[in-house]
Ligand binder design. Structure first.
Ligand code: GRG
Length: 281
């Protein structure tokens, strides 16, 4: 475990991300048909760990870039994450009534609005990303579309719906995790690197960091939610392997990679705490 002060790092980046998201979703006075803008703000600005944007920033900083350079991509990722939660909570999917301690968007604003603001957040995410200034914007847009869409998060959600509750085969489970959860984290790693302007080899390493982190994150989430109980032991062994891989990749970036090391330590500790019965998260 590193001595890096992750708590302070996460809190500072979270505040910066919240400020940028607030500005990106500003309400023009008197222009809110159907309260859609209000619902978008409700979906995005009501808490959440902000792990995807923080990882985007940490990857950019590992690559020698700045928080400022990473922020458009960081906000884009959080908007896509927020849309996926709004749609996942709908009656046709998980039918959840509460998220982050508050009524879900479809409960507070109606089903049609929940569908519409998901669409609006997804499209707004690409506009926000396009406001970044780095040279490899076309590649960043392509990576985000790939990892968020049918070859990433959306495809993973479809696989998950098809696979059912207790999957029972680690390879199948990890395919779901890699797409559904790992997709956005892989995009976070890649877009962080692209925002800093590093070469393709290093971008690929950060993308792999994000993917390994995302799979480990979802294994930890399964333990917290008591999902996939028959694979618990194998999943915990995988968390160790995946976080080792994350630390090795982060090591390539020397001192700049310290936050990435600490974030890998955090997800491993989260899984272990949950497995030992501490579900406080
Ligand atoms: C509907 C296209 C579509 C995709 C849905 C996000 C998702 C895919 C499903 C939600 C259920 C779930 C367990 C997804 C895995 C990803 C995950 C762990 C989401 C929760 O992320 P956190 O813990 O949430 O980062 P906060 O609230 O901290 O942002």
């Amino acid at each position: 475990m590193s001595n890096f002060d992750l708590k302070t790092y996460l809190e500072q980046r979270r505040v910066a991300v919240d400020t940028a998201l607030d500005a990106a979703l500003a309400m023009p006075p008197g222009d809110d048909p159907g309260r859609l803008r209000e619902a978008m703000r409700y979906a995005v600005l009501q808490g959440g760990k902000r792990m995807r944007p923080v990882l985007t920033i940490a990857a950019c900083e590992a690559a020698g870039g700045t928080e400022h350079q990473a922020m458009p991509a960081a906000c884009a990722l959080e908007m896509i994450h927020a849309y996926s939660l709004v749609h996942d909570d709908l009656p046709a999917m998980d039918n959840d009534l509460e998220r982050r301690g508050k009524p879900t968007v479809h409960v507070a604003f109606g089903h049609a609005n929940a569908i519409l603001i998901g669409d609006a957040l997804l499209t707004r995410a690409f506009r926000v990303l396009a406001q970044g200034t780095h040279a490899s914007m076309a590649e960043a847009v392509t990576k985000l579309a790939e990892h968020a869409g049918i070859d990433g998060m959306v495809g993973g959600q479809a696989l998950d719906l098809e696979a059912g509750q207790d999957i029972g085969d680690l390879a199948v489970l990890e395919r779901v995790h890699a797409l559904k959860t790992g997709g956005l984290y892989a995009a976070a790693g890649a877009l962080g690197g692209l925002s800093a302007g590093i070469d393709a080899d290093q971008v690929a390493a950060l993308e792999r960091y994000g993917l390994a982190f995302g799979i480990a994150f979802q294994h930890a989430d399964d333990v917290l939610d008591d999902d996939q109980p028959s694979l618990r032991e194998q999943a915990m062994a995988r968390v160790d392997e995946l976080t080792d891989e994350c630390r090795t990749i982060a090591g390539r970036f020397g001192d700049n990679g310290q936050a990435l090391v600490a974030i890998a330590d955090w997800v491993q500790a989260r899984a272990k705490r949950a497995a030992s019965g501490d579900l406080s998260d």
